[in-house]
Ligand binder design. Sequence first.
Ligand SMILES: Nc1ncnc2c1ncn2[C@@H]1O[C@H](COP(=O)(O)OP(=O)(O)OP(=O)(O)O)[C@@H](O)[C@H]1O
Ligand SMILES: Nc1ccn([C@H]2C[C@H](O)[C@@H](COP(=O)(O)O)O2)c(=O)n1
Length: 212
Amino acid sequence: MRYTALLMIVTIDGVAASGKSSVSSGVAQALGVPYVSSGLLYRAATLLGLEASLDLHAAPGLLTLLGAHPVRLEPLAGGNRVWQGERELTDDLHSSRVDRGVSVVAALPEVREWVDAQLRALPEPFVAEGRDMGTNVFPHASHKFYLTASARIRAERRARERPEDVPAIEAALQRRDELDTVQSAPAPDALVIDTGPLDLQGVIDTILTRLP
Ligand SMILES: Nc1ncnc2c1ncn2[C@@H]1O[C@H](COP(=O)(O)OP(=O)(O)OP(=O)(O)O)[C@@H](O)[C@H]1O
Ligand SMILES: Nc1ccn([C@H]2C[C@H](O)[C@@H](COP(=O)(O)O)O2)c(=O)n1
């Protein structure tokens, strides 16, 4: 563990499956602080909307549902957990069904406000990962990073943890990249890291060497 007295917020944004959560977890553990996975809140809203057969394009129904059955993000250094009351949602948030719907839900301004309010209420210090942590949610963060890699490399990595084949995953990632473009851009003061040539520890070390 190091630095925590000085550190406030580190943001790690990037495209889908670029390694944001694995890298954030590694950086957070090295720093001895929690990491915050903002995408999990969008995924939780999507899962609950799908389970309730709601129209994912319509914010009012989703927000009514989320207001009636609040969702809680538990940020830990090793991995985030998401709860709805006593029910843990975490293991259901990375299905292909949620992957397909989540960009639609994340495009709704009302849902983005719901997520941002939860994130801004969290006690510092932490490492925050997502798409707009460094640009919109925590523009005052002390250190900002943005991860990229080709769609093929990301698909090959993800294929190790999903039943679909690499071309199908690659096509789905490219679709999500397009849908997420609006809210996913590096902050002007972010260091952009191409993770393609690096292994996981290499990316973590690249970030840690930039921190005080
Ligand atoms: N530099 C790397 N080298 C090899 N494998 C990696 C690297 N970075 C991440 N991975 C692997 O790629 C997969 C995707 O990583 P991860 O889930 O952390 O990405 P993510 O950006 O958080 O994804 P999502 O956008 O879907 O939330 C995981 O299996 C992870 O172990
Ligand atoms: N800050 C964020 C975080 C996530 N999203 C969107 C983009 C993705 O489609 C979806 C799931 O994120 P992931 O788990 O893949 O990181 O949520 C966003 O718009 N803003």
